[in-house]
Design a protein around this ligand. Structure first.
Ligand code: NZQ
Ligand code: ZN
Length: 384
């Protein structure tokens, strides 16, 4: 196992009715800014629950944070926070609202151009404190340090991570997810699954506990995902799905093991250039990345095939192939197509993506730092 430091300070308030308890988590004299997206929280009653939990408190609002949150929009919130002297941010929504709010939190005290936080990975040491009321299980943003932001003007989707933007608390009430459209549940299953794969499907380092935790999240997603799609108000299925998605990317399963993240890096480009949902890009790219890089991932592919999918017969080649096919079939079965063509996208952006990887110096990616822009091109060529 590799050395690691693990410190996750996010307090989780899990279960029905927990929004009512957020008042106690926010300093009594705080001037609070509630941030949200396009209005789903007003339609499903979450907004009302938040407002009543904060009755009598000093509260302002900033809505309109779009999916794949825009730098341009977030900078308007930064101005508002600075002008109003806001001292606590409460993100109410999915990963985009949580990520957008983390960026706002980091940008407010940042000296210089906040775009540098993303484009130059400028160090973030301070942030406005924030909390999250999560309404979409998928990204793990509610319990991690990451945020992904898009500059609409240049179609660039970039991430940053800083322990300064760990939420102080996150509320995970499965009932808030009952109103999600099927597409977003499907997306959440694929995103969480891929987060596990990015941290698990690499090469063995004798870390059996991390492996088994990862496999148990995958198996739970395989069991609970279809249940929660079939019956959106099955509380238990949704609770199990929600907790799986959080555990998939809160740092625990990735501690002490190599990590990949090439699928995500390529996926972000497909979202930036073609507007595909984040999880749609992962469903397209992951099977191809496993195929192109199967030699380096051989032992873990065999282990994954056996422990997660029960593949124990055939030659090693056949078992590896089946494990990848099972992954693709699972994504398709939960309603997320795995080919670019299914979204009406061709291979025309491959040279652009390749050039962007070069320009950003992303020439040695993956768990073995052997993924250069040529390998990215091979992976994308298989996505048609
Ligand atoms: O904007 P509103 O009206 O709230 O509607 C949203 C949005 O249209 C809707 N929605 C959310 N909760 C709902 C709901 N509709 C009905 N009922 C509810 N309870 O769902 C739509 C999608 O929301 P969004 O927040 O964009 O989805 P998701 O949570 O999948 O977040 C995706 C973003 O997170 C980033 C992605 O790149 C993408 O920008 N990621 C963040 C990560 C992280 N912070 O660690 C890791 C991930 O790999 C990912 O990159
Ligand atoms: Zn993701």
């Amino acid at each position: 196992m590799e050395n690691f430091v693990f410190h996750n300070p996010v307090k989780i308030l899990f279960g029905k009715g927990q929004i009512a308890n957020i008042g106690a988590e926010i300093p009594a004299d705080a001037k609070i800014l509630i941030t949200y997206g396009g209005g789903s929280i007003k339609a499903n009653g979450v907004y009302d629950q938040v407002k009543s939990a904060l009755a009598g408190r000093d509260v302002l609002e900033f809505g309109g944070i779009e999916p794949n949150p825009h730098f341009e929009t977030l900078m308007k919130a930064v101005e508002l926070v600075r002008k109003e002297g806001i001292d606590f941010l409460l993100a109410v929504g999915g990963g985009s609202v949580a990520d957008g709010t983390k960026f706002i939190a980091a940008a407010v005290p940042f000296e210089g151009d906040p775009w540098d936080i993303l484009a130059k990975q400028a160090t973030v040491t301070k942030a406005v404190p924030l909390g999250v009321v999560l309404t979409l299980p998928a990204t793990g943003s509610e319990m991690n340090v990451n945020a992904v932001v898009t500059k609409a003007a240049t179609q660039e989707k970039l991430y940053f991570g800083s322990s300064a933007v760990y939420p102080r608390f996150s509320v995970l009430d499965p009932e808030t997810t009952f109103s999600l459209p099927t597409r977003q549940i499907s997306n959440g299953i694929v995103d969480a699954y891929t987060h596990v794969m990015e941290q698990y499907l690499t090469f063995p380092v004798n870390a059996p506990l991390q492996d088994r935790m990862a496999e148990s999240i995958l198996k739970t997603l395989i069991e609970e995902g279809p249940k929660t799609l079939a019956n959106p108000t099955d509380y238990d299925a949704r609770a199990n799905f929600m907790w799986s998605a959080t555990m998939a990317l809160n740092g625990l399963i990735g501690a002490g093991v190599p990590q990949d993240w090439v699928t995500h890096m390529i996926g972000h480009e497909l979202t930036a250039l073609h507007g595909l949902d984040h999880a749609q890009t992962l469903a397209i790219v992951l099977p191809s990345t496993l195929t192109v890089r199967r030699k380096g991932k051989w032992e873990k592919l065999l282990q994954y095939g056996e422990r997660v999918w029960g593949i124990v017969t055939g030659t090693e080649e056949e078992r590896v192939e089946q494990a990848i096919a099972k992954t693709r079939d699972f994504f398709e079965s939960v309603g997320v197509p795995t080919r670019l063509g299914a979204y009406g996208v061709g291979l025309e952006s491959i040279p652009v993506i390749q050039a962007r990887f070069e320009q950003r110096g992303m020439v040695a990616l993956g768990e073995k730092q052997d993924v250069n822009p040529q390998v990215v091109e091979q992976i994308l060529s298989l996505c048609a």
